[in-house]
Write a protein that binds this ligand. Structure first.
Ligand code: C5P
Length: 318
């Protein structure tokens, strides 16, 4: 299996000329720290974040074709449009434009990452599509080029190509790997009924800040980076911060019950993931995560529960 550190272009070299179909697996992301700064003129907020890829995966299979065909199954597949509003279709088009290829592929998307959940499921699918079509078409984009195409598709897409644990700046699209000592972190993800719109949550944060009902921006990611270096789950738990959490809770007050239930079940800490409504809980070890997952599953405060470990690699051929 490819490691977190194996460069994508090395893997692509291994897969050049591989017989079709091309299969790419891509993880969900959570944010260990999400510091949201001011609203910029382009409608985005300046962020400082620590991204963390966890082992909940979507999978894209790409085959050669004379047109562009997309089919889907799994989590929320029936709610996703199969037109240009779908980030998979956009990713094919943007890569085709960037490389001068016709946007042709037969794609099948198998989803486990829920939609509009704060786990970057759509961005993950876009990242997987870029890596899959790059391999299918043999375009062999370098790291810089791939990152710049990814950034055009969404703020989180470059991170989903990279994976692991990474610092994000700008609107989140400028990513650099965090070199922390190897250790697996154990998470429980509490999936909610229905989604939350990311723009709505950012807007709600602006509204709360305008009336001073949200704490000031969390500032730097230094606390998380130091905690990662210490490899101590209790220290990491104490450092988790999400500036979007008050806004997500304001739009979905019942998430407070989910957070309380995960803490009562024995997790070290719980936060809303990204713009929500998924809540993520850091656990001491695998056994602690299983116990927390079992308790949450019967708590009546969430739709479904998943356990996951991080960090894991980003979109990878497999
Ligand atoms: O980049 P992406 O398309 O995923 O962003 C979706 C929306 O989330 C943006 O249109 C914007 O409203 C909001 N957003 C933001 N600041 C960011 C990232 C996203 O306000 N840094």
């Amino acid at each position: 299996m490819p490691s977190v550190t194996e460069p994508l272009w090395e893997q692509e070299r291994r897969y050049q000329g591989a017989a079709s179909p091309v299969k790419v697996r891509v993880p969900a992301k959570i944010n260990l720290h999400l510091g949201v700064g001011p609203l910029r003129d382009d409608g985005y907020h300046e962020v400082t974040t620590v991204y963390h890829a966890v082992s909940l995966y979507d999978e894209i299979t790409a085959r050669p074709a004379e047109t562009l065909v997309l089919t889907m199954d799994g989590e929320g597949a029936d709610q996703l449009a199969l037109d240009e509003t779908n980030l998979v279709i956009r990713a094919v088009q943007v890569l085709a434009e960037a490389t001068g290829r016709p946007p042709h592929a037969r794609l099948h998307l198998r989803k486990q990452i829920p939609l509009a959940a704060g786990l970057a499921g759509g961005s993950a699918d876009a990242a997987a599509t870029l890596v899959a079509c790059d391999a299918l078409w043999g375009t062999g984009l370098g790291r810089e080029e791939l990152a710049s195409v990814a950034a055009r598709l969404g703020s989180d897409v470059p991170f989903l190509v990279l994976g692991g644990t990474a610092l994000g700046r700008g609107r989140g699209e400028q990513v650099s790997p965090v070199l922390a000592p190897g250790r697996a972190w154990h998470w429980v993800l509490a999936l909610a009924e229905g989604g939350l719109s990311t723009p709505d949550v950012y807007r709600e944060l602006d509204r709360l800040r305008a009336e001073d009902a949200a704490p000031p921006p969390a500032g730097s990611s230094d606390g998380i980076l130091a905690a990662l270096r210490q490899r101590d789950a209790a220290v990491l738990a104490a450092s988790l911060v999400n500036d979007l959490q008050p806004a997500a809770l304001s739009l979905r007050p019942s998430l407070r019950d989910t957070l309380d239930a995960g803490l009562a079940a024995g997790s070290l800490a719980g936060i809303v993931s990204g713009s929500g409504p998924t809540c993520v809980f850091l656990c001491r070890d695998a056994a602690n995560a299983d116990a927390v997952a079992r308790a949450l599953a019967t708590s009546g405060t969430c739709r479904a529960v998943r356990t996951a470990v991080g960090p894991v690699p980003g979109a990878r051929l497999g």
